[in-house]
Ligand binder design. Sequence first.
Ligand code: ATP
Ligand code: MG
Length: 401
Amino acid sequence: MNFNHILIRYGEMALKGKNRHLFEQKLQSNLASKLKPFPAARIKKTRGRMYVLLNGEDPHDVMEHCQQVFGIHSLSFAVQVEKEEEQLKEAVMLAFNDAQNAKTFKISSKRTDKEFPIKSSELNPMLGGYILRNTEGVTVDVHDPDVEIKVEVRHDAAYITAQDYPGAGGLPVGTTGKSLLMLSGGIDSPVSGYLTMKRGVAIEAIHFHSPPYTSDRAKQKVLDLANELSKYGKKINVHVVPFTAIQQKIQGEMPEGYSMTIMRRMMMRISEKLAHKQDILSITTGESLGQVASQTMESMNTINEVTNYPIIRPLVSMDKLEIIDIARKIGTYDISIRPYEDCCTVFVPKAPKTKPTRKNANYYEEKVDFNEDIEKALEETYVIQVNEAANKKKDQFDDLL
Ligand code: ATP
Ligand code: MG
């Protein structure tokens, strides 16, 4: 016997009143595209819940995929069996064994089919007794069990539900609009993209690339990061902006102490124009406060002057170690630490100004016209779509990396 269902519970979505229907639809369609590698699996929606009917697909593999879908609070394996004593016993044993290391358990039975001859008050000791006889060192705890096994005897069949697995939380991607993620090859911006997606936001990415100062491998790293992020949503468009000319002009004509601030302002201007063109209403960065020279309050203020777009900064209050923890969990860390330099590392001066002002930045920028360079960079921007990871099984991911 094996599990043939996965039960999906969604938490926060239940709060969304009239929008609830839309959220459920989006969750269902996101789930469906996530489960493409499992062609036999089907999704069934009932009141306030969803089920995946496994139809022979591997339960744990499907579970892992479902756990990457935002909008799901928790999940459990379930097995549908005939209303027959031996099958019920085997099913509760299967459910108990799913909770590895569980030392205590509780069975909660419910009998909707009143014609079924065993009452729920009798089912609990009968099925519980079976587990106790077939395990060692395991006891019943009705108040705080390691695992609660739910048994429901309905008219059509009996359903046995095992322990809870955590879902990814958040809201289904695509329910709260779209943001343009400024994606470098670093540790922070991919985490930032992940957290933004968690709030239901679809993302496109923009990357500033400065060949030959930055290599193809540096660009590939960014594409691999975007690919990894696509696991949590769908395909991601990565807009690659050729940035060499602007970098060189900054390097040549702006005072060294301001080159980084002005470079960031250029990036922000280009990002805003691209977002506008794509009907994207916000920009997301991996900035955190106080981490490096570009991330002082003065810097943020000076860089932010050039746009009035909302800037989403999910990492603003996080410590580096917290960010690294998430990067590890979501699978971007190992890609981020590949040693290829990005444009900032190459061009950043040894002593960038940590307290730039808007007044000075404007003063320097007025001396040189960057408009044409900005337009040209936008014209030469090209899009690469990544979505391999979005549609692969786990063993297939490993081949990709
Ligand atoms: P990360 O780890 O994301 O590279 P960081 O700690 O290195 O961030 P900065 O170098 O100050 O921080 O960059 C701040 C943010 O600016 C990045 O998180 C990213 O959103 C954006 N950014 C930096 N370089 C690029 C680039 N080459 N292309 C696109 N966005 C960039
Ligand atoms: Mg960086």
